[in-house]
Design a binder for this molecule. Structure first.
Ligand SMILES: N[C@@H](CCC(=O)N[C@@H](CS)C(=O)NCC(=O)O)C(=O)O
Length: 115
């Protein structure tokens, strides 16, 4: 499963608590799934999908495909021809659109994909 790569950080800390805090933060960064949302403006389904991800404290990268034709092509290819927005990917797994994301949530399957 692909995870976000994290740059190696060099830091100095004053005490153990600070070191633990920094290590925990770094671990969380590394273990977070990589989420991509292809979206556009004035899109109710995009807003609704992003609201659910935000409620879950899931960070995501967002591409406005109405302003970026390369990203639009990428979205269509990655989603096997689907052209509606949003299209959502978690760790390169194609989730689908807003309804698909909410369906995973109501089946109790979303949290495991986000951790
Ligand atoms: N069922 C889809 C609906 C998505 C949808 O209809 N999105 C609109 C924008 S809010 C869209 O892409 N419309 C263009 C089209 O239908 O071709 C989902 O849950 O994501």
């Amino acid at each position: 499963m692909e995870r976000k790569s994290s740059p190696i950080a060099f830091f100095s800390v004053n005490n153990g608590d600070e070191a633990v805090k920094l290590l925990r933060h770094t671990y969380q960064e590394i273990s977070m799934p990589k989420i991509v949302v292809y979206s556009g403006p004035h899109c109710h389904f995009c807003d609704k999908a992003k609201a659910l991800l935000k409620r879950k404290n899931a960070e995501f990268e967002e591409f406005n495909v109405t302003e970026d034709v390369d990203k639009l092509d990428e979205m269509i290819k990655r989603s096997n021809g689907r052209m509606t927005i949003p299209q959502i990917f978690i760790d390169d797994r194609h989730i689908g659109g807003c309804d698909d994301l909410y369906a995973l949530e109501s089946q109790g399957k979303l949290d495991e994909l986000l951790t």
